[in-house]
Design a protein around this ligand. Structure first.
Ligand SMILES: NC(=O)c1ccc[n+]([C@@H]2O[C@H](COP(=O)([O-])OP(=O)(O)OC[C@H]3O[C@@H](n4cnc5c(N)ncnc54)[C@H](OP(=O)(O)O)[C@@H]3O)[C@@H](O)[C@H]2O)c1
Length: 357
């Protein structure tokens, strides 16, 4: 299959390009800079110059391919509405080029669109109050093409995609532990994160591209319930730092980042399970309780779901209250603005940033 890939040069994208090329597919990748074009060529793909804003390029890349994998995402968190608009515009440009072709169109979202505090399955509706809610319009735009003769599929990645070039939540936790001298968890740290290795995510994208039915949502989750405390313990272990609990009220200050504080806080506290190190053969994963080797669905065990429903939160105030009930829309926009400002000031201080656009 000839596949048009956007975001093939990010953290997860190169694993997907490599997986597709290695499985005999031909890949054309969107490249918005010389460096990105060179990276794609090194991976065995053909670059197509353009950015997410070039809807004509997106449309021509999609119409000349037998299938599309849309991974690219970026922009200014301090203007979340424009990020969402931009994402929907790009998805519409890609999807419209595939109408009535029956071709596969995979678009990327995240499991952070789901309600916090309970086990979620792929059939669950996204929660407009969730921290990832800015991805919901993109999901809906993609899935809308399932009714127009496109094999449209949404892939929701776990908030932690581990592997080389990880620049997500775990590196932020590590950086914070180094800066503060403490590896922290919030409350009793029994809240859980899903995670996936990028190679497992790559397998999932290829399988979904080849086989997933139109209108399906698949979860890129390899480790479905990693207790936050075990992540903090592993970081403390590796860095030789003490591991401590911080209160939800102090989490914002400790993590130095409002989004980080919200996603780290025990929205609801399921019972803790065993902590230990999990190895999945070709990759080592963070300490976790239960794990499956492959990135597949996160369909819950019904007994587990029953065990997880009872929240055990402390009396909430401020951030603790926010993390208990989930942020509302205005609070969410304020959080995104704050994180946008943090990212901008780090960019200025450290002299880094994305490519053009
Ligand atoms: N990594 C995670 O932990 C994680 C978790 C959940 C969901 N996701 C989602 O998975 C997808 C891939 O994430 P990632 O972490 O692998 O990506 P990433 O490392 O953040 O890289 C972003 C990718 O998008 C491209 N891109 C950004 N803005 C663009 C623009 N205006 N025009 C063209 N290309 C543009 C970048 O191209 P350049 O190389 O040219 O900069 C790069 O290939 C995203 O949708 C992300 O939200 C990721």
């Amino acid at each position: 299959m000839h596949v048009f890939v956007t975001g093939g040069t990010g953290q997860t994208g190169p694993a997907i390009v490599t997986e597709l090329v290695g499985s005999g597919h031909q890949v054309t990748g969107l490249a918005r800079s010389d460096a990105s074009a060179a990276r794609l060529e090194a991976l065995g793909a053909t670059p197509l110059r353009g950015s997410l804003e070039d809807t004509d390029v997106l449309a021509s890349g999609a119409s000349e391919a037998d299938g599309v994998v849309h991974m690219a995402n970026g922009g200014d968190f301090s203007d979340p509405a424009s990020m969402t608009r931009r994402e929907v515009t790009a998805i519409n440009a890609l999807g419209e080029a595939l109408v009535r072709t029956g071709r596969p169109f995979l678009s990327t979202s995240g499991t952070l669109v789901l309600p916090a505090g309970r086990v979620s399955a792929e059939g669950d509706a996204p929660d407009p109050r969730s921290i990832g809610s800015l991805r919901i319009p993109g999901e809906q735009a993609c899935l809308g093409f399932a009714e127009q003769g496109v094999r449209a599929v949404v892939v929701r990645l776990a908030p932690t995609v581990h592997g080389p070039r990880d620049h997500g939540f775990i590196p932020l936790l590590i950086a914070r532990a180094r800066a503060t001298g403490v590896s922290a968890y919030v409350g009793d740290g029994a809240n859980r994160w899903p995670a996936v290795h990028r190679l497992d995510a790559a397998d999932l994208y290829r399988l979904a591209l080849e086989k997933a039915p139109a209108g399906h949502v698949v979860h890129g989750v390899g480790e479905s319930a990693v207790p936050f405390r075990s992540i903090a313990e592993k970081i403390g272990d590796e860095l030789g730092l003490p591991v401590r609990s911080v209160s939800a009220e102090d989490a914002g200050e400790h993590f130095g980042n409002p989004i980080m504080a919200v996603v780290s806080a025990p929205t609801h506290l399921p019972p803790a399970t065993t902590h230990g190190s999990c190895s999945t053969g070709r990759r080592t994963t963070p300490p976790c309780s239960t794990t499956s080797e492959r990135a597949t669905t996160s369909t819950p065990d019904p007994d587990q779901r029953a065990r997880h429903v009872q929240p055990r939160c402390r009396p909430p105030t401020g951030l603790a209250e926010l993390s208990r009930r989930g942020p509302g829309r205005p609070e969410l926009l304020r959080l995104y603005r704050q994180i946008g400002n943090i990212i901008r000031s780090r960019q200025q201080a450290e002299g880094w940033g994305g490519g053009p656009g």
